[in-house]
Design a binder for this molecule. Sequence first.
Ligand code: GRF
Length: 203
Amino acid sequence: PRIVVLISGSGSNLQALIEAQSHDRLGGEIAAVISNVPDAYGLKRARDAGIDAVALPHREYDNREAYDGALIKVIERHEPDLVVLAGFMRILSPRFVQRFIGRVLNLHPSLLPAYQGLDTHARVLADGVANHGCSVHFVTEELDSGPVVIQAALDVTEDDTPATLKAKVHAREHLILPIAVNWFLQGRLRYAGQSVTMDGTPL
Ligand code: GRF
């Protein structure tokens, strides 16, 4: 099975997927990595791993529709079974979501449905909540709202800062993303509208 990974930044989660693949723990191969940020370090990680690395700068397109059209074309060229958003910092249009519905997973740095959107670590600290973490979910048209596949949680401590929380969440992201991808590629996950089943049982 083939995976296309979309990134915007460092790509440490992409690196986790690359490592999982090299240890036969991913259940498929990363066919291409696409970034909307042309100099994203994650593209270098892809190149170093011999993976097709594509820069698709959004500033070269007039609007979201035009960009998503180009993005769909590049993705389809690689005929993926699964598209993974690993720190892809763009909102995808309904057209894109419907084109790949049921086979796009997104990694989000919070315990969804709490803290959708950006700056989750700072918001968690500001609210003084006791727990935080990360989630992998199916992408639907509504931002960060698709059914959750897997989460990792952690305790927020007194002396946590956005930076320390980010680091703790990051470590857990590197664990749960490869697991979710492997479950999907093994055919164990079924996206069903606002829910997902695992081996036939609702998650
Ligand atoms: C991750 O923390 C992810 O949750 C967020 O962006 C970050 C990407 O990090 N959406 P990296 O590029 O995988 O290192």
